[in-house]
Ligand binder design. Sequence first.
Ligand code: KIV
Length: 280
Amino acid sequence: MATESPTADIRIGADAIRRRKRGVPIVCLTAYTYPIARLLDEHVDLLLVGDSVAMVLHGHKTTLGASLEMMIAHGQAVMRGSAKACVVVDMPAGSYEDSAAQAVASARRIVGETGCQAVKLEGGVGMARQIAAVVDAGIAVMGHIGLLPQSVEKDGGYRIKGRTDENAAALFADARAVEEAGAFSVVIEGTVEAVAAEITRRIAIPTIGIGASGVCDGQILVIDDMVGLTVDRVPKFVKEYADLRSVVSHAAARYASEVRDRTFPGPENVFSATLGKDNR
Ligand code: KIV
């Protein structure tokens, strides 16, 4: 297995993403590990080390299982595995909501220990002070509005946003607050198309949609959903571009059968006493 990191190259920065408003759609995926970052880097503009890692890789029920240490460890792996993509690391729940000072301290730790290009945090009007303080500290911030995974327990589940006039007005205010606080882009999650379209039209920073239709300036999906590795039900907005569940399951079944009938390891997989060309 290759272990070298990709050679350092010119990375896409947060400012370059900001300039892509109304341009060619911005391609984003989550990534949590070194090998996946290596595979995705050449295809995407932005890799998000999402706090969805707590659910996808660590088996927690919600993203509240993510910690600062967990995000930093996965952020470091993704930075080692990528050379081109703008890498954004999620600020986990509990690391920024209390005060602007807490947000700045956590963001400094994430950027200092991973070298990532930006951090992301959830919330609009209510988190504007935190976003502005982190931006003032010289750290680029991606906002996140609409359905907020860190608040699903408080919200009573995964509820699509923007279905009432009152909620749509709150989302417009959130989008404006995130923009005015200095974020370079904003994720809109689980929001009806008309509202996502109007937000995209009204604000000057790129909107990145997930379950917010194709009208946004870019799209993001959770990598495990996109390649068909998610074992539980996948949301309606996901398109599975591969079926890795079946690939992994069939490979494991063949391996198990070959170990049991002793056809694995075969002659090509064993070492002889004499050194040959393939004998390491
Ligand atoms: O944590 C995550 O994967 C995210 C995406 C859903 C945008 O925040």
